[in-house]
Design a protein around this ligand. Structure first.
Ligand SMILES: Cc1cc2nc3c(=O)[nH]c(=O)nc-3n(C[C@H](O)[C@H](O)[C@H](O)COP(=O)(O)OP(=O)(O)OC[C@H]3O[C@@H](n4cnc5c(N)ncnc54)[C@H](O)[C@@H]3O)c2cc1C
Length: 388
């Protein structure tokens, strides 16, 4: 049988992990709590992540990217998420949802214009699918793009909500799904457009009050008579929904990496605390109930790790990976939530205090069962893949 673990250990991957780990622990960790409390998106850390090559990860070097495979890219996200969900989210959303659709579906001209600006941490791109009344049911988009034959332009009206990286100062643009007409069987025809952040008529409003990922940028977008040329269409007319769904298939790998990283971070914090904290005259790790809890965390993490990287390996070797990506996203998010909750329990009262990072992990884990398709939608995707 063909082995599916050739991905796991090699010296190049180890070096990459080491570099990202050092950065996350040395640069992000000391600021993470403060940024979270202030709900502040750090341009400085984003630029530094850019210098490290964490944007444009999977993009070919000829467009300014790093040309990484999916195992390496997900290892990057995983290392960041061990320390902080917000910064992992900035990187994952930009690479998977921002740069990737342009890279996979863009024309040569679109790639040459946009990708170099999106590979250095000085320019972000958002993925504009969700609307106030179209989340899981993403075909229910109400945003429209009408062709103005006289001006030879598409005119976009509508709004989007919860779009990661869309309302930052350095946002260069957003890929927007809009209704461009009706299909032969009367369903909405959906197409994608690359809309630059500076387009007249586009209002980008940062959203505040999130319980998690508080140092990541999330925006609401309003399109009022936003005009774009036909050359701004991504893919062909009517291909928008397919492009969006395939983008989410890839994106699920990086959300899985966020879950796995968060779980590993929670395990590390919990293990260290359990060895230090004493009750009844001994470290709590020596109480079997506590040790078993941590053993359970370690076991689930091992399973999530294998599932996620098998899915990445399948993606990068051109095998069908979509079912495993949904499984990895779903399972890793559940493992993350389990590890954050049991970790917090192990910290006792201290785990409820903001100065302990386990508290932030506990909040950040919640997003993983909602973003890029809820846990219920992952189960739907998996059940369809197994013929139900
Ligand atoms: C911080 C954050 C960042 C985000 N970033 C982005 C982004 O960058 N781009 C983007 O486009 N979107 C983004 N989203 C939106 C996210 O993808 C949606 O919130 C998510 O898909 C769920 O949609 P909804 O919130 O409208 O919930 P709904 O679709 O209204 O679902 C509500 C509940 O009903 C359940 N449900 C719905 N339909 C079914 C069904 N058929 N079967 C079973 N259960 C069902 C859901 O699982 C959920 O529990 C982001 C969201 C957040 C919170």
């Amino acid at each position: 049988m063909e082995a599916y673990i050739p991905w796991d250990e090699n010296s190049e991957l180890d070096l990459l992990r080491q570099a990202v780990r050092e950065f996350a622990r040395g640069e992000i960790a000391p600021q993470a709590q403060d940024l979270d409390e202030r709900e502040h998106f750090s341009l400085e850390l984003t630029a530094k992540m850019g210098e490290l090559g964490l944007f444009g990860t999977i993009v070919d070097p000829k467009y300014g990217g790093q040309g990484m495979d999916y195992v390496s890219y997900c290892a990057v996200v995983e290392e960041l998420a061990q320390v902080d969900g917000s910064h992992a989210a900035t990187v994952a959303a930009h690479n998977s949802l921002g740069a990737a659709p342009i890279y996979y579906y863009g024309t040569e001209a679109q790639k040459k214009i946009y990708l170099p600006q999106l590979s250095d941490g000085k320019g972000l791109w958002g993925f504009g699918l969700t609307e106030a009344d179209a989340g899981s049911d993403a075909q229910a988009s109400k945003t429209t793009a009408k062709w103005d034959a006289q001006a030879q332009e598409w005119v976009i009206h509508g709004s989007k909500i919860w779009i990661t990286n869309s309302a930052a100062e350095i946002t260069k643009g957003i890929t927007v799904q809009a209704v461009t007409g009706k299909t032969e069987n009367g369903r909405p025809e959906l197409s994608c457009f690359l809309v630059e952040a500076s387009a007249p008529g586009l209002k980008r409003v940062p959203m505040h009050g999130k319980m998690m990922w508080r140092a990541s940028n999330t925006g609401e977008l309003y399109f009022d008579n936003v005009r774009v040329k036909d050359s701004a269409m991504l893919g062909k007319r009517g291909e928008g929904f397919r492009i969006m769904m395939e983008t989410l298939d890839n994106g699920r790998l990086s959300i899985g990496a966020m879950g796995l990283g968060l779980a590993k971070g929670a395990l590390e914090l919990t293990r260290a605390y359990a060895l230090e904290r004493k009750t009844f005259g001994k470290p709590i790790a020596k109480h079997q109930a506590v040790a078993f809890k941590i053993a359970e965390m370690a076991m689930r993490i091992e399973a999530a790790h294998n599932l996620l990287y098998k899915a990445c390996w399948m993606k990068q070797t051109g095998k069908p990976f979509e079912k495993l990506a949904a499984m990895a996203k779903l399972y890793a998010s559940e493992v993350a939530e389990y590890c954050a909750r049991e970790g917090q329990q192990t910290f006792g009262g201290y785990g409820l205090m903001k100065e302990y990072p386990i508290e932030r992990h506990y909040r950040d884990a919640a997003l993983l069962r909602i973003g890029e398709g809820t846990s219920e939608i992952q189960r739907l995707v998996i059940s369809r893949h197994i013929g139900l």
